[in-house]
Design a protein around this ligand. Structure first.
Ligand code: KG4
Ligand code: ZN
Length: 400
């Protein structure tokens, strides 16, 4: 571990994240999370089938002061005792990010503390940190960040330098889960429910899923466990693209066609629409979830393994983002890690995998002790002294 460059002693950091639909504030002390308050706006956005930016902004404005208060009192600390403020600068919804940044500036000004600008995805990347773990990491590591808005592979080199080595060209993996869930009428966000239905389908032995190569396309194929007959298939786009990039839009289109076909041929057919009017039986839903989840996760596994082959010196895999809350995903990655002799790290508390501010405080700490004082690991400005606060602006399209 390099010398602590920015902090003279282990810092208490108050971190704020308002990048999407969670209003979150945390207090961290070095590698330790002292508090992590999250106010979810899920119920407000559910009716719209996705996050509505203007509603998110209003709700952040309404709730953030109370969430800051709660995070400080849960950590049993006052704002004067905090050493630095950290805030998510991007990526995220511009008008939502602004709320967190305005409050962070205010706190930094009032208490004359430095303000640290953190990348939301770098937060996901370091969300697994617990006391004592930073000094035991073996670099290089590869981070696989899978959320509702992003799907990225990040190479973490010595000194925690970051390089994006792969990303999705269209939909994010979590977004594909959410859209698929809407198609079969299980609501938003769909990931957890699709996971649950897939597990039920697997446990009931409804479908055997496997990969089959057909010319230049790789397919996830669902076989009848009794007869071995093929029942459904979905493509894994870009499986052989010779790079580490991903795509989910082809899978989304293919599963929509599959659902429409099934809806039309069900015993009690007649309703062609998907979504709430979907005419699928419970068994069909479970089978679809088995094959969809299998396809969506196998794309990740495939690219992750290709990353390990390409960067053969990688010693660790770090998982982050909401999709990593999937037990199935984590057990598949663990098996891959064991097979290749690579350690797998992820936060065991699901709260740290989905959006939260503790990960922003942890990332701020890592950057603070490893980056040059004025530079973020993503190349931008990281440290804003109280006299420089006006320079800090949101970066909704920021990329690692
Ligand atoms: O990281 P996150 O909380 O928010 C973003 O930064 O986007 O990720 C949310 C995403 C949603 O798309 C949600 O459907 C997905 O994570 N998700 C899951 C599971 N739990 C959450 N996807 C698949 N399986 C799950 N168990
Ligand atoms: Zn996120």
């Amino acid at each position: 571990m390099k010398a602590n460059k920015l902090f003279k002693q282990t810092p208490y950091i108050l971190a704020i994240d308002t990048s999407c639909d969670e209003t979150s504030v945390a207090v961290t002390h070095g590698e330790e999370v002292c508090s992590n308050t999250i106010h979810s706006q899920l119920d407000l956005h559910k009716a719209y089938g996705g996050v509505v930016p203007s509603i998110a902004r209003l709700e952040h404005e309404k709730k953030l002061p109370a969430v800051i208060y709660d995070a400080l009192s849960s950590a049993n600390i006052t704002s004067q005792e905090i050493d630095a403020i950290a805030v998510t600068q991007g990526p995220g919804l511009a008008i939502a990010l602004e709320v967190g940044i305005a409050h962070a500036k205010k706190l930094a000004k009032e208490n004359q503390k430095p303000l640290l600008a953190v990348d939301h995805m770098v937060g996901h990347l370091f969300s697994w940190i617990t006391p004592g773990t930073l000094s035991e990491v073996n670099l290089p590591a590869v981070g696989l960040l899978v959320s509702g808005g992003h799907t990225e592979l990040i190479l973490v080199g010595e000194g925690f330098t970051l390089q994006r080595i792969g990303e999705t060209f269209d939909d994010a993996c979590g977004e594909a889960f959410d859209k698929f869930a809407t198609m079969i009428g299980v609501g938003y966000p769909g990931g957890p429910e699709v996971s649950r239905l897939a597990a039920a389908g697997r446990n009931a032995g409804l479908l055997n899923a496997q990969l089959v190569r057909d010319h230049s396309t790789l397919y996830a194929v669902g076989l009848d466990p009794q007869t071995g007959e093929e029942q459904m298939r979905l493509p894994l786009p870009m499986a052989f693209s010779n790079d580490l990039n991903l795509s989910y839009s082809g899978l989304k289109t293919a599963v929509k066609q599959l659902i429409n076909k099934l809806s039309n041929t069900s015993d009690n057919a007649g309703i062609k629409q998907t979504g709430e009017n979907s005419n699928l039986t419970e068994e069909e839903m479970q089978k679809l979830c088995v094959i969809f989840e299998y396809a969506a996760l196998q794309i990740l596994l495939l690219k992750l393994e290709q990353a390990l082959i390409k960067h053969a010196d990688v010693k660790e895999i770090w998982l982050g983002g909401g999709v990593a809350a999937s037990l199935q995903f984590r057990s598949l990655v663990k098996a891959l890690g064991e097979r290749r002799g690579v350690r797998v790290r992820y936060a065991s508390d699901t709260k740290l995998l989905t959006d939260n501010a503790a990960m922003i405080g942890l990332a701020a700490y890592v950057l603070g002790i490893n980056s040059e004082e004025t530079k973020n690991s993503t190349g931008g400005k990281f440290l804003y002294l109280p006299s420089e606060l006006d320079l800090l602006e949101r970066q909704p399209n920021r990329k690692i």
